[in-house]
Unconditional design. Structure first.
Length: 92
């Protein structure tokens, strides 16, 4: 199902690209050499944003799939044990 949806989306994007390429008119203008660098920067920032969003969504899904969280009693006993190891008096 997901592969079919991706296929149709890619096919639609290809059709739009070919339609726009067929209707292209010559542009009698000067393209600055820095324009390519600008396009590269925009593309790389979009890719970095997509990777970050994908990573955060995967982490969220993994967090939902975990079992129940640690109990307060277990967490407190671990803290006391750590305090004793470091010589900290937690009875104050």
């Amino acid at each position: 199902m997901m592969l079919r949806r991706f296929f149709y989306t890619a096919l639609g994007a290809l059709q739009i690209f070919l339609l726009l390429a067929a209707m292209a008119k010559p542009a009698h203008a000067y393209v600055d050499p820095g324009s390519g660098q600008l396009f590269l920067q925009v593309g790389s920032s979009m890719l970095a944003g997509a990777v970050f969003m994908f990573r955060s969504k995967v982490k969220k899904l993994l967090r939902i799939g975990r079992k129940e969280p640690i109990n307060q009693a277990q967490d407190h006993s671990t803290t006391e044990k750590s305090d004793r190891q470091h010589g900290i008096d937690s009875s104050l």
